[in-house]
Design a protein around this ligand. Structure first.
Ligand code: 5GP
Ligand code: ZN
Length: 118
């Protein structure tokens, strides 16, 4: 069982922010911003590649509620999901990072030459 499934079933403790029947939000162990929350589906999904539009619909509302709950909805925040090796996904259970609480910097991605993709 993956570590986020263990967080869902309580085997690994977490600092919970919000939950409903289908989703759970908890503070990231190694925060990259004053507010850094992870939102996950309770049912295991490997990554964004396997995410269905139906689950994404619920996730959308849930992330909005998380932002409201921690008080960053109006000041602004960033939602990120890392996918696979190049995306830097370390935990293979779909999660959306919700980052805020300060003016976030931009540009940690990579040295880029977009010619190959245009
Ligand atoms: P990824 O790199 O897969 O997009 O993000 C994984 C995130 O999970 C990292 O930001 C890391 O700090 C966080 N993380 C890893 N293990 C745990 C844990 O056991 N508890 C919590 N709360 N966060 C974790
Ligand atoms: Zn899992």
């Amino acid at each position: 069982m993956c570590i986020f499934c263990k967080i869902v079933n309580g085997e690994i403790p977490s600092n919970k922010v919000l939950e409903n029947d289908n989703f759970l939000a908890f503070h990231d162990l190694n925060p990259k911003a004053p507010a850094h929350i992870l939102t996950i589906p309770k049912v295991h999904v490997d990554s964004f590649n396997e995410l269905t539009p139906e689950t994404m619909a619920g996730m959308t509302t849930f992330i909005q509620e998380v932002a409201e709950t921690v008080g960053i909805k109006e000041s602004g925040y960033r939602v990120i999901t890392n996918v696979g090796d190049n995306g830097g996904q370390e935990v293979k259970h779909l999660h959306f990072h919700v980052l805020g609480g300060t003016k976030l910097k931009w540009g940690h991605e990579a040295d880029a030459n977009s010619a190959d993709f245009i």
